[in-house]
Design a protein around this ligand. Structure first.
Ligand SMILES: C[S@@+](CC[C@H](N)C(=O)[O-])C[C@H]1O[C@@H](n2cnc3c(N)ncnc32)[C@H](O)[C@@H]1O
Length: 226
């Protein structure tokens, strides 16, 4: 499993790892969806994907399945795990580490991991821009439908660079403004593809977009270089 920075200790509460720095418990404001965990997946399928995105969750799932089905025996870090919808596309021979600021959502991800037969997993209540892990711990980092919600994407990409092994990769799915053809209000900060490419380049991550189109969503992979 991952190694934590020396100044960090953890407290396990209901299967979730809470962080202590210098003995002080670090708390976060949960994301707005935290208390709607029980309807989150239904809302994504019937409201957000068709009505806000003008896309389809079935297509989203089939893209994720294609991108992740060959991933085996890797140490995977997912940023903003939420209820863990990605878990269904990952083989359970991977080590899975998830982080999120919303405990209610993360507890659902824990149930998913157990029912999918994962044996090596940890779920942390931490912010994606301040990861508690030491450098170069993960083969693959995932961030699905969440980069727009972070305070700054750059701080998160910097952390991705730090925790990936030198040959690791980052797979991301994020709404971008130039594909928001329905002109709907999409929460968070939307970064144009060009800006995401620039941010990745700044950290020596070479970004390649996948050709898939699904409403405003861009699917891309960024490979690490030492
Ligand atoms: C739209 S949901 C996506 C959840 C999941 N990745 C999926 O594909 O269903 C956005 C997630 O971002 C999380 N989040 C928001 N700000 C965060 C932060 N600073 N660090 C970690 N997670 C955060 C929320 O708690 C929520 O689970």
């Amino acid at each position: 499993m991952e190694t934590l920075k020396p100044e960090i200790s953890v407290v396990n509460r209901n299967g979730l790892q809470y962080i202590k720095k210098q003995g002080k418990l670090i708390q976060y404001n949960p994301w707005l969806g935290n208390h709607f965990g029980f309807i989150y997946d239904t809302m994504m399928k019937h409201e957000v994907f068709p009505k806000t995105f003008g896309g389809s969750i079935e297509k989203h799932y089939s893209i994720l399945n294609r991108l992740l089905s060959d991933v085996h025996q890797q140490h995977v870090l997912e940023l903003a795990t939420g209820t863990g919808s990605v878990i269904q596309f990952l083989a359970n021979d991977n080590q899975y580490t998830g982080v999120d600021v919303s405990p209610d959502l993360l507890k659902r991800a824990g149930k998913r991991l157990r029912s999918s037969g994962f044996t090596e997993t940890k779920l942390y209540i931490v912010s994606a821009d301040d990861l508690p892990f030491q450098d170069q711990q993960f083969d693959l980092c995932l961030c699905i439908l969440a980069l727009n919600f972070f305070t700054t994407a750059e701080a998160v990409i910097k952390e991705v660079k730090r925790v990936l092994i030198p040959t690791g990769s980052f797979i991301c799915c994020v709404p971008i403004p130039e594909r928001n053809r329905l002109n709907k209000m999409i929460n968070g900060t939307l970064y144009p593809e060009k800006e995401l490419r620039r941010l990745c380049q700044n950290y020596n991550l070479s970004m390649q977009s996948y050709p898939d189109e699904n409403g405003p969503l861009l699917y891309f992979k960024a490979e690490n270089h030492a």
